[in-house]
Design a protein around this ligand. Structure first.
Ligand SMILES: CC(C)(COP(=O)(O)OP(=O)(O)OC[C@H]1O[C@@H](n2cnc3c(N)ncnc32)[C@H](O)[C@@H]1OP(=O)(O)O)[C@@H](O)C(=O)NCCC(=O)NCCS
Length: 190
């Protein structure tokens, strides 16, 4: 399977649907979360849809044989994204939305935000994993951030996701510490 990377295209048939589907099929610490939530928007309205809606130019997809098999979504500016997320209409209750905004704001310490303001979510279907697409997506995102003058990226990994914890150090991330929602990793873009 040859995998290529391209920008997410909101006008392209299937891009949005594929990203939301893959979000669910990888949403249980990297494994399939289909059926785990009464409403799959518990996942997609936190980890995929708001990025496509609010930061479409920072979304990228991995394609194989004309099908979207993975994606990276993110933002160059987490505090600004959190503010916009708070006002973005979604299936989440006000309390759920507030809790998610708080989680976005507390992933890194205030004095780390300047160095690592961006964050990302990356997911590939099982058949597309282990073929270099994850590395290509991360490098594409980081290169675009560098051009925009954004210094670094942070992200939080579910402690149950051993594969992701092994992946991030291989693509330039440094493990910082355990945080309430998981394990914090950071990487500079330069
Ligand atoms: C984690 C994920 C994004 C990695 O993408 P990928 O395309 O499979 O990874 P790549 O093929 O680009 O691998 C890049 C490097 O990471 C290593 N790596 C990737 N997955 C690994 C794993 N599960 N265990 C150990 N090493 C791994 C590769 O060996 C490679 O190292 P090398 O180039 O130094 O030899 C992908 O497997 C995935 O989507 N998993 C399910 C969803 C998920 O967990 N998302 C992350 C949520 S935080």
């Amino acid at each position: 399977m040859g995998v290529t990377i391209r920008a997410f295209d909101p006008d392209r048939a299937g891009d949005t649907a594929a990203v939301l589907d893959i979000c669910v099929r990888t949403g249980d610490a990297g494994r399939d979360a289909t059926g785990l939530h009464p409403d799959a928007r518990a996942l997609t309205d936190r980890y995929a849809a708001p990025y496509l809606a609010l930061e479409p130019e920072w979304a990228f997809v991995a394609e194989a044989d004309g099908e979207v098999v993975g994606y990276l979504v993110g933002t160059p500016d987490t505090p600004a994204f959190a503010e916009r997320f708070a006002g973005w209409p979604s299936s989440l209750t006000a309390a759920e939305r507030a809790a998610h905004v708080a989680a976005l704001g507390s992933a890194i310490a205030a004095d780390e935000t300047q160095a690592y303001p961006a964050h990302l979510h990356i997911d590939l279907l099982p058949a597309a994993q282990g073929r270099g697409a994850g590395r290509m997506l991360v490098e594409t995102f980081a290169a675009n951030l560098a051009v925009a003058g954004v210094p670094g990226i942070h992200l939080v990994v579910d402690p149950a996701n051993a594969g992701a914890q092994a992946f991030y150090p291989r693509v330039g991330f440094e493990r910082r510490r355990s945080v309430p929602d998981g394990v914090l990793f950071v990487r500079s873009c330069g």
